[in-house]
Structure formats: C-alpha cells, structure tokens
Design a protein around this ligand. Structure first.
Ligand SMILES: [Ca+2]
Ligand SMILES: [Ca+2]
Length: 213
C-alpha cells in the first residue's frame, strides 16, 4: 500500500513537471497602469508595487503614471491600496487596423508643380486661391457647371473644348468668338476656371466641370 502511494506521488510530480514545461496552467503576466492623478510618483512606489506582487516596468512621472507587470490575481486589489495610487487599470495592447483610405493624388503647387500642363506653373491665381489644396482634398469640380459671364470664347480651343457643353455671349461678340490674333477675355477667364488637366496648356481651378458660357 505504501509503495502504491509513493507511485501515485511520483506520477503526480511527473504530471506537474509536464504541465510546467508545456506552459499549461502557468499564470500569465499582465501589464497595469498605476495612476496617481498628479504630476509625480509617490516615494517608495517600486518597493510597494513589489510587495503588492508586481514589478515596475516603466514610469511617466511627469504625468503621474507607472506601468507594472504582475501575474498575481490579487495585484489590482493590493496595488490600489498603495499610498498615492488613485487607480489601477489594464494596460491594453491593441492590434489597431486602420480603415481603408483613398489617398488623393498629390498635385504640385505652381510655379514648380511638374505637371505636364506646363503653363499651369505660370498661373499665380491658382496658388492664391489654393486650388491645389482643394484638388488634394479630392475636389476637382467633378459635375460642377460653371457660367463664365464674359465675352465669347474659343469653342474649339484644345484646352477648353473638352469642358464646353454650351455657349452664349454676354456681349455683342458671338459666343464662339475666335478673333484670330486678338485677345479673347472670355477664353482667358474660361481657361482659368475650367481648363482640363489634359497634358496641354494649363489647368483651371475646376478641371473636371461641365462648363458653359
Ligand atoms: Ca496634367
Ligand atoms: Ca490643360
């Protein structure tokens, strides 16, 4: 009978060793935040935390915080009794997965934008109204309708035509004015407002609108 009891004891010890070596049943160390509510840490905190069953791992005395690790089930209760400690909270590690984001293209500012609509860099007005800032925020005039109240403008100009859906003139000049060799103010202002981003000429404030004049 005594031999059997010894045998059972030996088997129990072997199982205990096996569980320990496999990590089964081992207490897990947790991280805790000890807050003081002030801008300093109380004297003797490290020793008091040790007595509570934990170990200080780092501190932020400027904001009255200390971080402790403990595998003791009673650590929170004990640490909350430490003089100067106002709260004990779990120090959580969060696997943060941010939301999917659509990042707008980084349009450059004139006069060194690098865009292939090379005359864009000559337009100080686009910088003055921060057109590039609006584009980078995702606003390029998509779907907008622009009325340019000016002289008629060149309806076949390659840097206007893609955005023209109609034309009228506010002056005696015809809407499709093409005065060869002369200055057309309507063409000028229409380009500032709505010249498309098409690799030629310049870029207007709203390069993706439907424009009419
Ligand atoms: Ca371009
Ligand atoms: Ca253009």
């Amino acid at each position: 009978m005594k031999r059997l009891a010894v045998g059972i004891a030996a088997l129990g010890a072997a199982i205990a060793m096996l569980m320990t070596s496999a990590g089964v049943g081992a207490a897990t160390s947790q991280s805790w935040i000890l807050a003081t509510g002030g801008n300093s840490l109380p004297p003797g905190l490290a020793a008091n935390v040790q007595n509570a069953g934990g170990t200080i791992t780092s501190t932020l005395p400027q904001i009255g915080l200390a971080f402790a690790a403990s595998s003791s089930a009673s650590f929170v209760t004990n640490a909350a009794q430490i003089a100067g400690v106002s709260s004990v909270s779990p120090n959580l590690t969060i696997n943060w997965l941010g939301p999917e984001q659509t990042v707008a293209a980084d349009f450059g500012y004139p006069p060194a934008s690098g865009d292939n609509d090379v005359y864009f860099d000559l337009q100080w007005g686009q910088a003055a109204v921060d057109s590039v800032g609006a584009w980078n925020a995702g606003y390029r005039g998509d779907g907008a309708k622009i009325a340019v109240l000016d002289t008629g403008f060149n309806l076949t100009h390659p840097d206007l035509a893609p955005n023209i859906v109609g034309a009228a003139s506010m002056t005696p000049l015809p809407p499709g004015w093409t005065g060869a060799g002369a200055f057309s103010h309507g063409t000028h202002t229409s380009g500032i407002a709505a010249a498309p981003d098409n690799g030629i000429g310049t870029i207007g404030t709203a390069p993706w609108p439907t424009s009419c004049s």
